[in-house]
Unconditional design. Structure first.
Length: 329
């Protein structure tokens, strides 16, 4: 945690991201028997929280690094965020994505003016190509999850929640993929805001749970890539992981996994009951809360549950399939 510079990260984020709403979800609060607050990062610039980490990292580059440009690999949202911030700062950006990335995210990367490379059948294959390209071109590689500047930028979300919440949150439900978001937020609450620290619950998609498997193994592991509605959470965490694995291992209080059916039901609930478009990866916190098996560790009197709705970049075709499926939450 000593390498995370939250002060500079917050200043950079303020220049490129918006302060997103924290709203009480009335039906969910009634269902849970306690206040449920939704942090709506699906309304963020570029459609996800990823713009925070991109802003913190790219703003920290020196003039030579900016001139040479940056490289990133992404399942879509990080690439779109890096392309957006790079465009605003005049930094050349090359974004690698695997072939299965949602077309909405691909279109966002194109519109931001980045050089898009659709290479690799899996995220891990695409990331290996991106890292090799960055080294060959002497360009900065902007990791989606294992760069301290990126992690600090994602942690800015914790400061906003602390400022906006009407009471100290008891529990925080955060999507888990590479760990940059939940690791950064947990670090803020533990180090900077210890008196306001909630129970941090990381939520993984059952078909995209590499970080959870790594925590259980005690070291970073690789898993075969599986198809998932939560494709924003797909991909590995890198076997030489230096930062995000340790943060998740040491600072996350509890882990929850959700199934594809639960993610589908949560996406549908978001549209039908909350009037929100939420992608699969952004809906896993909702999916956990809607599960009949979910029990927060802290009691009602300790405060509200905050659910991070982390992204809303989903193609119309995918959303139509989800809405037309039979199951109901």
């Amino acid at each position: 945690m000593t390498v995370l510079d939250f002060e500079d990260a917050r200043a950079a984020v303020a220049r490129h991201a918006r302060v997103t709403p924290l709203v009480r979800a009335h039906a969910l609060s009634e269902r849970a028997g306690r206040d449920v607050l939704l942090k709506l990062e699906n309304l963020q610039r570029t459609g996800s929280f990823k713009v925070r980490g991109a802003a913190a990292c790219l703003e920290a580059l020196d003039p030579g690094e900016r001139e040479r440009g940056v490289v990133a690999c992404s399942s879509g949202n990080h690439g779109r965020a890096v392309a957006y911030v790079a465009g605003r700062l005049g930094i050349p950006a090359t974004i690698f994505v695997p072939g299965w990335v949602d077309p909405v995210k691909v279109a966002g990367i194109w519109r931001a003016g980045a050089d898009l490379r659709r290479e690799g059948d899996t995220f891990d294959e695409s990331e290996a190509l991106a890292v090799a390209f960055a080294r060959a071109e002497d360009r900065v590689y902007v990791s989606a999850y294992d760069d301290p500047r990126v992690i600090a930028g994602q942690g800015s979300l914790a400061f906003e929640i602390a400022d906006q919440a009407p009471a100290r949150p008891a529990s925080l439900l955060v999507p888990l993929s590479g760990g940059g978001l939940v690791g950064g937020m947990a670090a803020v609450f533990r180090r900077v805001l210890p008196s306001a620290s909630p129970e941090v619950i990381a939520v993984s998609a059952e078909n995209a749970a590499v970080m959870l498997a790594s925590v259980r193994a005690g070291h970073p592991v690789e898993l075969p890539e599986a198809e998932t509605l939560a494709n924003a959470l797909a991909g590995g965490i890198g076997l030489p992981n230096r930062h995000s694995f340790a943060l998740v291992r040491d600072l996350v209080d509890a882990h929850v996994t959700v199934t594809e059916d639960e993610i589908r039901a949560a996406m549908r609930y978001a549209v039908e009951r909350l009037h929100l478009v939420v992608e699969g990866g952004g809906a896993v916190g909702l999916a956990a809360l809607l599960s009949p098996h979910f029990e927060p560790g802290r009691p009602v009197e300790d405060g509200p549950i905050v659910v991070v709705v982390s992204g809303g970049n989903v193609s119309p075709e995918t959303l139509v399939r989800v809405l037309s499926s039979r199951a109901r939450p």
